[in-house]
Ligand binder design. Structure first.
Ligand code: ACO
Length: 148
């Protein structure tokens, strides 16, 4: 848990459901996340806690303002090394442009380093490239997708 200027970055908790969903709506449609499905999701992440590192930034009142996920993957290559992916980054619309996105990416990147990952990868839209460059990321390769 890291607190600076009244903002705290911490793991997601059961009571975060509404704020977490509201924040992720800045990124995409979340669908219907009931209390039960949220509880099951947190339990799944907790059972797989070496892989999933969901984080939020909250203010002094505990309101969720930003959300993101670090996924750590154990590989065979590079001597069975770990690499990490940053996924599902969002800052609540009303709080964008206040450096919370950068704070979130810096925190997740530092976490990946502390967990021993040799790199962090993410994919994003062209529009977000300048933001990630400000967070220290470089463009490499292209992202491919098949949707089902
Ligand atoms: N284009 C150019 N510069 C940008 C952009 C942009 N789209 N977004 C932020 N920046 C710059 C800021 O101006 C600031 O620059 P400065 O330090 O020189 O003043 C710096 O990047 C840091 O900006 P923040 O204030 O930290 O950005 P914010 O808190 O608004 O978070 C984010 C950026 C996450 C993109 C937010 O706007 C957001 O949630 N957008 C909608 C959802 C989204 O696109 N999420 C990312 C998906 S990619 C993924 O999940 C891996």
């Amino acid at each position: 848990m890291t607190s600076v200027d009244g903002f705290t970055m911490r793991p997601v908790q059961a009571g975060d459901r509404l704020g977490y969903v509201a924040t992720l709506l800045a990124l995409t449609n979340t669908g219907n996340v009931t209390e039960e499905s949220f509880r099951e999701l947190l339990a799944f992440w907790e059972r797989n806690r070496e892989t999933y590192h969901p984080r939020v930034i909250v203010d002094e009142t505990g309101e969720v303002l930003a959300a993101g996920m670090l996924v750590v993957e154990r590989k065979l290559i590079h001597g069975c090394a770990c690499s990490a992916n940053i996924e599902d980054i969002a800052v609540n619309k009303a709080h964008q442009g206040k450096k919370l996105g950068k704070r979130l990416i810096d925190g997740l990147t530092q976490l990946a380093k502390e967990l021993g990952a040799y790199k962090v990868v993410l994919d994003c839209s062209e529009a977000n490239v300048p933001f990630y460059k400000k967070c220290g990321y470089d463009e490499k390769g292209v992202c491919m997708v098949v949707k089902f």
